[in-house]
Design a protein around this ligand. Structure first.
Ligand SMILES: Nc1nc2c(ncn2[C@@H]2O[C@H](COP(=O)(O)OP(=O)(O)O)[C@@H](O)[C@H]2O)c(=O)[nH]1
Ligand SMILES: [Mg+2]
Length: 197
C-alpha cells in the first residue's frame, strides 16, 4: 500500500471523542508492550507517528491514525500490564471490550502476540472473546527479528495451538524493526477491505 498521508487524527479518552468520520477501522489489540504502536509506525513507514515505549502500559487512550484519508489504524490500550492496579485494569478492560463490541465500523481486528512466547492466559481469553465478535480477525506474531528464520514456523504453530485457532483464522509474522511482514499485512488488510475475505 502506498502511503500518501498518515496522521494521528485524535487521541480519545472516551466515547464522546471517538471520530465521526466513517472510515473502516483496523484495530490493534494485544498485551502492553507487544508492539502495537511500533506496528502502526512500521505499517505507515514512519518513525514516531505512534508513540512507542520501552515501558509497558503507556497508551491509555484510543489513538486513530488516518491513512490516505481512507482508513483508520486504531491503537487500543494494551491488556495485562502486571504493574497496573486491579481497579484501573478492570476499567481498561471494560473500555476496550465496550469499544470492540459497540463500534459499528470495525473492519479487522489485528491481535498481536509476541512470537517469542507461547500465549498467556489473558491472550487466550482475549482471543476466544475476539473470535466470538464475528469481525475479521488475524493473528500477528510480533518481534519476528528476535527469532531465527528457521524457528519461526514452529513458534507461530505454538501460538496457533495455544490459542486453539481454527484453520480459517489467518496468522502472519511481523518485525517492526526490519519491516518484514509489512507487505503481507497490508495485502491482508486490502483483501479484507475489498470483501475478498
Ligand atoms: N526487536 C523488536 N522490538 C520491538 C518490535 N516491536 C516493538 N518492539 C519494542 O517493544 C517495546 C514495546 O513496543 P510498543 O510498540 O510501544 O508496544 P505497545 O505497548 O504494544 O504499543 C519497544 O521497546 C519497542 O521498541 C519488533 O518488531 N522488534
Ligand atoms: Mg503502545
Amino acid at each position: 500500500m502506498k502511503i500518501i498521508s498518515a496522521k494521528c487524527t485524535i487521541s480519545a479518552v472516551g466515547p464522546n471523542q471517538y471520530p465521526d468520520t466513517v472510515y473502516p477501522e483496523i484495530v490493534m489489540v494485544g498485551r502492553s508492550n507487544v508492539g502495537k504502536s511500533s506496528l502502526i509506525n512500521s505499517l505507515c513507514a514512519r518513525r514516531m507517528l505512534a508513540r512507542t515505549s520501552g515501558r509497558p502500559g503507556k497508551t491509555q487512550t484510543v489513538n486513530y491514525f488516518a491513512i490516505n484519508e481512507q482508513i483508520y489504524l486504531v491503537d487500543l490500550p494494551g491488556y495485562g500490564y502486571a504493574e497496573t492496579s486491579k481497579g484501573k485494569h478492570r476499567k481498561w478492560g471494560e473500555f476496550i471490550t465496550n469499544y470492540l463490541q459497540d463500534r459499528d465500523r470495525l473492519a479487522l481486528i489485528v491481535h498481536l502476540i509476541d512470537l517469542r512466547h507461547e500465549p498467556m492466559k489473558n491472550d487466550k481469553n482475549a482471543s476466544k472473546w475476539l473470535m466470538g465478535l464475528n469481525i475479521p480477525y488475524v493473528i500477528v506474531g510480533t518481534k519476528a527479528d528476535k527469532i531465527s528464520r528457521g524457528k519461526r514456523p514452529s513458534h507461530i504453530a505454538a501460538i496457533r495451538k495455544g490459542l486453539m485457532l481454527p484453520a480459517h483464522v489467518p496468522s502472519l509474522i511481523y518485525s517492526s524493526e526490519t519491516g518484514e511482514g509489512r507487505d503481507e499485512l497490508w495485502h491482508h488488510v486490502r483483501s479484507v477491505l475489498s470483501g475478498q475475505e
